[in-house]
Write a protein that binds this ligand. Structure first.
Ligand SMILES: [Zn+2]
Ligand SMILES: [Zn+2]
Ligand SMILES: [Zn+2]
Ligand SMILES: [Zn+2]
Length: 752
């Protein structure tokens, strides 16, 4: 199976390939020529990631990218790239052109003295270079004199300084930190019992929107994103595609959105928002991960998280806890012999050691100790799964040993220096005792992840991004360990919501929580979206049967409101359809029957068509997109119930297209229909509702429908502040819209 793994790894390319660099740079030049500067920036970034650091080629990539950034108006980032090009040995003869760009940037930023200094350097350089008869030199000189006159122009009439923008006094939130749970509010307390395990309970009354927890991920790994399906295709040796994935869009360390990425010095995969992130990531984990890139991509994100976890913790801490767990296992065996009941033995354990994961002072910190104590449920995984996990972990450790990374893995972190650097026989197939400890911990983490992995999601913008209304959908960005967030038990109707910013999670109450009540997080799909039977099926990966109030109510009442809302209707007479595998029309006179499979195929097809319509919109073919969506709507009506979520989605997309065309009234009409459906499915104060209201506010704002806009802004604000807090960008944007509307001069109001 080693050969098979190697073959698989060959499809995931993380090495630097000069031919790929050439391909991406040419593609970038092509986009640049067509004035698609955003795409050009991304392609030059791809090219840079395939060039060797310090080579003239990589400096050319940065210089080209700086030109595209200049056109995008990102002057600060443009300056950074120019500096980067220079530090990587940009060819001297080409320098004047780049320096002129630098001067122009400085001019745009209002830094006149710096701009003048840069121009002086260029002038010197050009005269030093001597004869200047070539046409390029002539254009350079022309540009130079243009810039000089611009500077003197600006100097003579300085622009009024823009008022400091950040003076909006942001309401500070009430926040009192918990003394014994790191990052948590003092309104929570940590409880433990054998039935519910560890859990958090409100120790005072909590208001909706109140901040309950702010936690930085102990470790997080960026998910490669949708493009990773490509890894499964057999691609011929020399093709690269220009598709953009999460791996190109977000910093591999801090998850910040990338504009001009800094490539890793060793691989073409890792990209960072800044040199600092690149350096810190290298020190903490990437020096070990870099040569393993393809293997980690092939084995999947759980293995990658497990490896990064032990690298972040360091060998000393890992071995301390692994040894401790061995002692504990002995205790457990004794206890089990006595009670024959693992839950009771757990009790015995807490008797001596307090709540698992807490330190000696009884504090629960966001530490490796807490991560180590998350439940691996080792006895509940099926043997095949455990075996596969073990093979993966061993493959990683063997590769580390082969690549001579062992010293880096162990020395870099171990607190006591000089942990015997004795040379081991290279031919030995056996893992060293230290790597065996690392492997044991990694296996534990892989198993833990099945129940404890937290997805970091963000709302990603869809479509061209050039429309006035931004449509967003939640996207899984990374997989992470959040030891404190992991304390929350599950309910299908949770009383909190979680949002992410970079690698930090914020938990807010989504409803009033009286003192004494447990805090619940929803691990799976919300009860509005999925029927109880399917929900329980999905939750089985967490090794429990959900007995939350929502599930109990639904199981008991049998009135399945979700399935009624998301049901099919008869393609012939539009009456409702009933049945499981084969559905029959409820209208006796009709009696048509169709297989569920067929209906599911139709809704799958419908979703594909809708996706195509959005692609048309992205290619600025709005008219065709509308035609396609109207066809989708006709099709949907013929077999879906009027309240089906997909019916709402079609309306939502139609609204988006009309908004792109500036037809605000039509857009608002469609969006209002989508909102009705969303409200029925998710409830009037759900986060989904908040996002729909936000879009409607934007549309009404753009269409100058002042009073409707104001009342929609009000509603959106009420809902969204519960989920994202008063300081979130969405709330700020709503405030700006409101201020703008209230300040509108009367004459504009009368015109509409
Ligand atoms: Zn970063
Ligand atoms: Zn790397
Ligand atoms: Zn439930
Ligand atoms: Zn019928």
């Amino acid at each position: 199976e080693e050969a098979a793994l190697q073959r698989l790894c060959r499809r995931a390319r993380t090495g630097k390939e000069p031919a790929a660099a050439r391909f991406y740079r040419e593609e970038g030049n092509r986009r640049f020529g067509r004035c698609c500067y955003g795409a050009a920036v991304r392609l030059y970034s791809q090219a840079a990631s395939h060039e060797l650091p310090g080579s003239p080629e990589v400096s050319l990539c940065f210089a080209n990218r700086s030109a595209a950034l200049f056109h995008l108006g990102s002057f600060e980032v443009c300056l950074e790239d120019i500096a980067r090009a220079q530090s990587h040995g940009y060819p001297d003869r080409l320098l004047p052109k780049v320096l002129l760009r630098k001067a122009e940037c400085l001019l745009c930023l209002g830094r006149l003295q710096d701009a003048a200094d840069t121009l002086a350097t260029v002038e010197n350089k050009i005269t030093m270079d001597g004869v200047m008869t070539s046409p390029t030199h002539q254009t350079l000189l022309k540009k130079l004199s243009q810039l000089k006159s611009k500077i003197s122009e600006k100097e003579s009439c300085p622009e009024p300084k823009q008022e400091a923008h950040g003076d909006t006094q942001r309401e500070s939130e009430i926040w009192e930190e918990n003394g014994s749970i790191s990052g948590a509010s003092s309104s929570l307390s940590l409880k433990f019992n054998t039935e519910r395990g560890r859990h958090l309970v409100a120790c005072q009354d909590i208001l909706p929107g109140q901040n309950l927890l702010k936690e930085e991920a102990f470790v997080s790994v960026l998910c490669p994103g949708e493009g990773d399906s490509l890894l499964l295709q057999d691609s011929s040796e020399n093709t690269w595609d220009t598709q953009v994935t999460n791996a190109d869009l977000y910093c591999h360390r801090c998850l910040k959105e990338l504009l001009a990425s800094v490539p890793c010095r060793g691989c073409s995969y890792a990209k960072y928002c800044s040199q600092n992130c690149a350096d810190v990531a290298w020190e903490q984990y990437h020096r070990t991960e870099c040569p393993l890139g393809a293997l980690l991509l092939t084995l999947g994100v759980f293995c990658h998280v497990a490896l990064r976890t032990v690298l972040m913790a360091g060998f000393a801490e890992v071995s301390r806890l692994v040894e401790w767990s061995h002692d504990d296992d002995k205790d457990l065996c004794n206890a089990e012999a006595r009670h024959k009941h693992p839950s009771e033995s757990l009790d015995a354990r807490t008797g001596t050691k307090g709540i698992p994961g807490c330190n000696d002072n009884g504090q629960y910190l966001s530490s490796y100790q807490a991560v180590f104590n998350l439940l691996p449920h080792a006895e509940k995984h099926c043997p095949e799964h455990k075996f596969l996990c073990m093979l993966s972990v061993v493959a990683i450790c063997k590769k580390m040993q082969e690549a001579g990374l062992e010293a880096a893995v162990l020395n870099q972190k171990s607190s006591e220096k000089g942990s015997d650097p004795k040379l081991r026989e290279k031919t030995s197939d056996e893992l060293s005792p230290e790597l065996k400890i690392m492997a044991e911990a990694m296996l534990r983490h892989v198993l833990q992840l099945q129940c404890n992995a937290q997805a970091i999601t963000i709302m990603q913008e869809l479509g061209s991004g050039e429309g006035a209304v931004v449509s967003k959908k939640p996207v899984r960005l990374a997989t992470a360990f959040f030891p404190v967030l992991s304390l929350l038990n599950h309910s299908c109707s949770p009383n909190i919501s979680v949002s992410f910013s970079g690698t930090a999670a914020t938990v807010r109450a989504s409803q009033p929580i009286p003192s004494g009540q447990e805090i619940f997080h929803c691990y799976g799909p919300h009860r509005c979206r999925v029927r109880v039977a399917e929900r329980q099926q999905l939750l089985s990966q967490y090794f429990f049967e959900c007995r939350c109030q929502a599930c109990l109510d639904e199981l008991e009442s049998d009135d399945n409101s979700v399935s009624v809302r998301n049901s099919f209707c008869c393609p012939s007479c539009q009456a409702s359809m009933q049945g499981e595998d084969v559905l029959s029309c409820s209208n006796e006179a009709c009696a048509l029957s169709v297989s569920r499979e067929r209906l599911l195929w139709r809704s799958g097809h419908l979703q594909q068509q809708m996706k195509k319509a959005l692609e048309l919109l992205r290619d600025s073919k709005a008219d065709e997109a509308i035609k396609m969506l109207l066809k989708c709507q006709m099709d949907a009506k013929s077999f879906l119930s009027p309240e089906h979520l997909l019916m709402g989605e079609v309306e939502d997309h139609l609204a988006q297209v009309y908004a792109t065309l500036g037809k605000w009234q039509e857009a608002a009409r469609h969006l209002e229909r989508s909102i009705q459906i969303v409200e029925r499915h998710h409830g009037p104060s759900s986060v989904e509702m908040g996002h729909e209201l936000f879009k409607l506010a934007q549309i009404l704002f753009n269409g100058f429908a002042v009073s409707e806009a104001l009342s929609t802004i009000q509603r959106a604000e009420e809902v969204l502040s519960v989920y994202h807090g008063p300081q979130s960008t969405q709330i700020q944007e709503l405030h700006e819209m409101k201020t703008c509307l209230l300040e509108l001069p009367r004459n504009i109001l009368q015109r509409t």
